[in-house]
Design a protein around this ligand. Sequence first.
Ligand SMILES: [Mg+2]
Length: 186
Amino acid sequence: MHKALFIDRDGVINKEKNYVYRIEDFEFMDGIFEVLKAFQSNSFRIIVVTNQAGIARGIYSEADFESVTKWMLDEFANQGIEISDVFFDPYHPVHGIGKYKKDSYDRKPRPGMLLKASEKHDIDMESSFLIGDKLSDIEAGSRAGLRHLFLLKSERYPEVEKSDFDYVLIDQLKDVLNFIDKNTDL
Ligand SMILES: [Mg+2]
């Protein structure tokens, strides 16, 4: 089995803006390369899990998402960072148009994407980590059996710190590095 870092995209990998689907709007977060390199060198697989309701709403297409994703993966590769997989959910239960109107088990806070990723990559959830910027990320992680859950403080989504799920609130991405060492048993 492998351990993984599950990472949300908008607000964690790239700065949160309204619907990032163009390369020119994609701005990497401070510390993201350093953090992913550190996880990688501690033998974590890096797996992106992202809700993309902009597709459901018809703001951009799956092809748009895929092309910005390809660019993002190339930028990571240039930094020596390998992303093992990218899972995205293009649906929305209310605002989805046509086939994209669906109450999807993959859409966070539901755990579908994480469970699929776990099975596909043979992930040990107990020793894996998740970083998100919304409580829906934390909830999905908790429901998927993750125990190391990190909520990055966000100006845009100032979360109430009260939640049914245990997580660590971090001010900046690299604060998560303080927690890797405890977890090198695999
Ligand atoms: Mg986010």
